[in-house]
Design a protein around this ligand. Sequence first.
Ligand code: ZN
Length: 453
Amino acid sequence: MDRAVDRIVIEGAHVVTVTGQEFAGGHVVVEGNRITAVGPGPAPDRAGARVVDARGCLLTPGLVNTHHHLYQWVTRGLAVDATLFEWLTTLYPVWAGIDEHAVHTGATGALAALARSGCTTTTDHHYVFPREGGDVLGAEIRAAAEVGLRFHPTRGSMDLGRSAGGLPPDHVVEDTATILAASADAVARWHDPSPDSMLRIALAPCSPFSVTGDLMRESAALARELGVRLHTHLAETADEEDFCRERFGCTPTEYVADLGWTGSDVWFAHTVHLDDAAVKTIGTSGTGVAHCPTSNGRLGAGIARVRDLLDAGARVGLGVDGAASNEGTSLLEEVKHAVLFARAVGGPTALGVRRALELGTLGGAQVLGRAAEIGSIEPGKLADLAVWRLDGPLHADVADPVAALVLGAPPPLELLLVNGRPVVEAGEVRTVDGAAVAAACADVHRTLVAKAG
Ligand code: ZN
């Protein structure tokens, strides 16, 4: 099937709603772009429907990715044994060469990979806007529409170059006024606040060591005036902690809180290095967190205090982070790594497999402000669903299907519906040509590396 049909009935799967209900051999009915029924046994009415026989499968909400840099798909495998600051200074010159074509190509490859890992909604943090690069934000928005994922891109930014004490070279930063004008323009052009929205914009100055305090403060004011969300990297590494203490005399969390960057309309990527006061600030303000365990491991950044953040009231979702610090970018793998990392530091009860799946679905929806529309399987919600095949040799004898998904080998994705439309079927992305995309990505990677010299 290569197009949406009005009615889809999925039957026979182990259904996990992530709101506390599970139905062995249950059903879900989709009409148009919405879920209209979920429950045990066969669907009461199959008239006029495409019926999906999902016996041997697990049916979950589609996964929600809360942090990414899609363009990095074409800059993978560089500085593989470096610290964050070493890795960034190696990659900034490569990223400086991106343009519309590179971003469209890389984003297509990255979005297809996300879809294959069960992701139905993703954000993106794009903060590199070369002067001759063209409309790079528009290029990734076009890629998301082609692949078919629900998309929350951010208009990111950097305005603190090396000559002013920042980390990025001066030629990859923009001036503050240009950034604010482009941010307002991105919201006006693309932001769709409707409940069925496939596209919402947020504003996202990059990090304390690459943007000015003025940009942080003015971005927050602009986002609140326009009714969009705010996102940034925070407390990723010990180097960032040192930078903030030396430059501002406080922790990264104290710094951004003072600039107006806490609240339910804000979410931070990483939050690895938090003291107790920072955990409390994030929790009591209802600020969101994008937990990116694979990237944090890849860069040796540390392990975020997810259990403490949840106990403090923070909203926590999962993120793959950019592909240059997570070559696999499997969102399902983040669910597993969230469990393993939490238990490695907090013991066997620190995070359960069902709670981790909830973070990867409903938790992400809460972080992006979409919990009323996506993130769980409930009648009235949008039809973003993942059907995982668990009757193959790697999973058939695992007693608990949720454990098979979260702790076992990544299973084949039988079907991925986004807004009621099939994007993946029988493990293959149906919306784009995977081989052609891979060849184009390899070509762009070679060009960017050669350009950086
Ligand atoms: Zn990031």
